[in-house]
Design a protein around this ligand. Structure first.
Ligand SMILES: *Cc1c(COP(=O)(O)O)cnc(C)c1O
Length: 387
């Protein structure tokens, strides 16, 4: 028997990390001491007071039952309070929705609003789920290149009017994965103007909102008019080293939140309530643990940037996220050939930029989530390359 995959699966963009994954497995099999700077998954543990809160909450039998679909009101209130500290007022009843990680909401939102043939604007390079969720919903992707000369912000003025008129939704992500760029206030003002002109839903992915160094990046919702056109996705994953817990949120426009909740009530049954209680603890407790996590990334960033600069790479200290994004050396003709060369010669895994979209060609991404000692060792090895 053979079971043909549905067109929506067959038509997914190719998975570009396959070759590198294979090369990594082979190196491991050869006994190479591989250092993986590819994956954006914090390796440090979740702060212990949050783990304790989960343990206590898991003992309550009320939490063993189906959770409420939209999230406990106490969690939605904690999320609203968390935003109030940034000067943003949200109604926990209508403007906040708990998610099983922000990825879940990003994967579902097009189903609520995108009809077959509608255009969705997605950043290139970008988080792959923006495109796959659009395609699953039958939408048409229009890529917005994020170019270094534009500080990795999309140029809305070059989007053809015919595309803008057919456009239903737009994904943005700042602080950005993979480029580590942050967006200035004026950029969001342009986005809101553009969205109002063409009646576009703005979905801002702020998974890295709290992974920053000097200045806190703007939330999309801080800008006047944002709530009329969009929502923001947030997450505990990167902020509190909680990627495995699967909890995040969508906040903003009540109608958009309502649409997303309609899809969710027909798909999942919400987040384990004990995890919700632990999230309340995370959001309401002293945020010193977040400062500590930031300091660790800052140290790693400074070590890596210094070493890479010395080795001749053109890299700068990014203001947010735990990624470094930089150009490959001139003598390599593709991101992939450079990443393969680095793995072959040093056992260090780095991510070719084109895996995030065509506009990422010519760049690579390094993740700073490995332990400091491993990053130092990786930098020693990279410095030994004769480039
Ligand atoms: C990690 C990441 C997410 C997903 O986070 P979860 O809340 O764990 O689902 C979303 N967007 C971007 C850009 C990410 O890098």
């Amino acid at each position: 028997m053979s079971f043909e995959l549905a067109h929506r699966v067959k038509n997914l963009p190719p998975y570009l990390f396959e070759k590198l994954d294979q090369a990594k497995s082979k190196a491991l099999a050869r006994g190479v001491d591989v250092i993986d700077l590819g994956i954006g998954d914090p390796q440090d543990p979740t702060p212990s007071h949050i783990v304790e809160a989960l343990y206590e909450a898991s003992k309550k039998s009320l939490n063993h039952r189906y959770p409420t679909y939209v999230g406990l009101l106490s969690l939605r209130t904690a999320i609203a309070d968390f935003y109030r500290k940034k000067g943003i007022v949200l109604d926990p009843q209508r403007e906040v929705l708990a998610l099983i990680g922000s990825k879940e909401g990003i994967a579902h939102i097009p189903f609520a609003f995108v009809n077959p043939g509608d255009v969705v604007l997605v950043p290139d390079p970008g988080y792959p789920v923006f495109s796959s969720s659009t395609l699953f919903a039958g939408g048409e992707i229009y890529k917005m290149p994020l170019l270094e000369e534009n500080r990795y912000l999309p140029d809305l003025s070059i989007i053809p009017q015919a595309i803008a008129q057919r456009c239903k939704m737009m994904f943005l992500n700042y602080p950005n994965n993979p480029t580590a760029a942050v967006a200035p206030f004026e950029f969001y003002e342009h986005v809101i103007q553009f969205a109002k002109k063409y009646n576009i839903i703005v979905c801002h992915d702020a998974a890295y909102a709290d992974v920053y160094f000097e200045k806190r990046p703007f939330s999309f919702l801080e800008i006047e008019g944002a709530k009329e056109v969009g929502i923001e996705f947030g997450s505990l994953s990167k902020t509190y080293n909680m990627t495995g817990w699967r909890i995040g949120w969508a906040v903003g426009n009540a109608d958009i939140i309502f649409g997303l909740s309609k899809i969710k009530t027909n798909t999942d049954s919400g987040v384990f309530q004990a995890v919700q209680e632990a999230a309340i603890c995370a959001l309401n407790s002293d945020q010193k643990c977040v400062d500590d996590i930031r300091k660790v990334y800052q140290t790693k960033r400074d070590v890596a940037v210094l070493a890479l600069k010395k080795a001749g790479f053109s890299v700068s200290s990014q203001e947010a996220t735990f990624y470094l994004w930089f150009r490959i050396p001139k003598m390599f003709n593709s991101s992939e050939s450079f990443a393969s060369y680095v793995l072959e010669k040093t056992g260090v895994v780095i991510t070719p930029g084109n895996g995030f979209g065509e506009a990422g060609e010519g760049y690579v991404r390094i993740s700073l989530t490995a332990p400091l000692a491993r990053i130092e060792e990786a930098m020693r090895r990279l410095s030994s390359l004769c480039l």
